[in-house]
Write a protein that binds this ligand. Structure first.
Ligand SMILES: [Fe+2]
Length: 252
């Protein structure tokens, strides 16, 4: 983490094997004059370009943590993997898997900046959203969101996982920030019940963070890119249903 600018940096998450979205985001970050990036996980799982994404991430050294899919890629046997993990696994070699295996589930960038994938204690739980019994994705209560942050003495707490860009300020001034997803603007999940997350934009999403006199100034960036190569790769990998989400941000 040498040379990481703790006062002004980019936050990326949930690339999900979309190397063209990642390239667009890295170019945009560079164009903003930002040289420090932190990456919150779910890097490679997906039916597109896991290998290219891994190579890009190995070339651009940045503090990174492990998402639930990254964990499943190194913990599960190939035959037990869900299809998007298996599609990624088949493109990876030992070097890429070793990189995933070394990632930690959480990270303190400084004593004031904490990063996790889902919540501080889980890489599969949603922090600022919850799924209703009817399968609606809704905002969690302030108390529920706050209780997940108990004991985290950081003014800035970063998370990903839901692919939904969002900032919440807790009553004591601490901030939770989800930068949205670089490469997967919509998905379907069956846990705890069937639900759909969809942002309604195909743009690659990330956040810029700048330390202010009081607190943090945060900016969400939605970067347009051409998703057609990724759509073709998803189709070739037998995931034609990814076309809609990549082209429009809507799952259906
Ligand atoms: Fe995730």
């Amino acid at each position: 983490m040498k040379d990481f600018d703790l006062n002004r940096f980019a936050v990326i998450a949930d690339i999900h094997s979309n190397s063209d979205a990642l390239k667009a985001v890295l170019q945009d970050i560079s164009a903003q004059g930002i040289r420090s990036v932190v990456n919150l996980g779910d890097h490679l799982s997906g039916p597109m370009a896991a290998r290219e994404t891994a190579e890009l991430l190995l070339d651009h050294e940045m503090p990174s943590i492990r998402g639930n899919h990254d964990r499943w890629l190194v913990e599960n046997k190939r035959e037990d993997m869900i299809s998007i993990d298996g599609a990624a696994f088949d493109q990876l070699d030992a070097r890429h898997l070793a990189w995933l295996r070394d990632l930690q589930p959480t990270l303190w960038l400084s004593d004031d900046i904490f990063a996790c994938h889902g919540t501080p204690s889980s890489d599969t739980a949603y922090w600022m959203e919850e799924v209703s019994p009817e399968g609606e994705v809704v905002t969690r209560s302030r108390d529920a969101v706050s209780s997940e942050a108990s004991g985290i003495k950081a003014s800035l707490m970063l998370c990903g996982h839901t692919h939904l860009p969002r900032r919440m300020d807790l009553p004591d001034g601490r901030i939770i920030l989800n930068p949205g997803s670089v490469g997967c603007p919509g998905y379907i999940d069956d846990t705890p019940v069937h639900h759909v997350v969809q942002t309604g934009t195909s743009a690659a999403c990330y956040a810029l963070v700048e330390r202010a006199k009081v607190g943090w100034t945060t900016t969400f960036r939605h970067v347009p890119y051409d998703p057609n190569r990724m759509i073709e790769l998803a189709k070739t990998a037998n995931h034609p249903n990814w076309e809609s989400r990549l082209a429009t941000g809507w799952v259906n």
